[in-house]
Structure formats: structure tokens, C-alpha cells
Design a binder for this molecule. Sequence first.
Ligand code: PNS
Length: 158
Amino acid sequence: MTIALSPGSFDPFHNGHLEVVERASLLFDEVIVASLRNPQKAEPLFPIEERELMLAESLAHVKNVRIVAMSGLVVDLARELGATVIVKGLRAVSDFEAELQMAQMNRQLSGIETLFIPTGAQHAYIASRLIREVARYGGDVSSMVPEPVNRRLKGLTK
Ligand code: PNS
């Protein structure tokens, strides 16, 4: 049984993330989606509990997916959960440098391989940072995020 770990901030989870998790779910027996609890990062838009709920609702149709919250090192969580592969999405060359560095560091630390899944071109421009910005000003991001996320984003400006 091959388990993959898909880590991220997911603040919020968007359609690019969804595509990557759906495609990974076809490649592995189980995909564990881990949302990051990072006390060193600036205040997130959504608390970790709400991000987990949005992940669970947005991924309810993918039967071999499990959601967990994470703090600490990705490789430690992977070892703890028995995951042998880390899955990351790549939108563009601009993502590659940082992702390559993390993949090399994670492999050096643990031997765990990283698999990059290129997102479809239709999702290449979508980034959580931009979703947060547009949604904060009441812009319509309904075509870019799953419905459970859109609902909560709309609630922010009411
Ligand atoms: O969605 P993001 O913010 O791009 O995800 C970044 C994430 C969570 C994958 C990265 O920050 C991470 O792996 N954090 C956990 C701490 C860790 O393992 N750091 C070493 C990475 S080489």
C-alpha cells in the first residue's frame, strides 16, 4: 500500500489544490492531505480547524483521501503516517525553485521522494494569496475555489 502526503497551508484550499489531490488519488492507495499549523506565520485568514473542515467538505467525494492537521516537519509527519511520497503541485516555473529546494531538503532529511504534479493550465494563475486578497474586497472567486470554501469566503464580507 503506497501512501502519499500532500502538505500545504491551504489558506484557503482552491481548485488548483483540488485538481492535484484528485489526480494524486488516482496514483496512490491513500492520499493524506495535511494542513499546516504554523505559529511563526502571520495570522492566517482561516483558523486551522476551519481549514480542515473546508478540506473535508471539498474532498468528500474522493474516497481514498484523509485530512490531518500538521505542525513541525513534513518528513516527521510522513514517517509517522507511513507515507513514502510527498506530492506537490507546480503551477509555473516560478514555483519550481522553492519546491525543488524543499524536495531536496526533505529527501536529504528522510529519503522520502517528492512527486510534482503540474496543475492544468486553467488553474495556473490561482494562488491562495490572491484568493484571500480578492475575497477580502468582496470579489467573486466562485470559479476558483470549491463551494464550501466560497461559502465561507462570502461570509467574511457580510
Ligand atoms: O501551501 P504552502 O504554504 O506553500 O505550503 C508550504 C509547506 C507547508 C509545504 C511548507 O512550509 C512545509 O513543508 N512546512 C512544514 C515544515 C517543514 O517541513 N519544513 C521543511 C521544508 S524543506
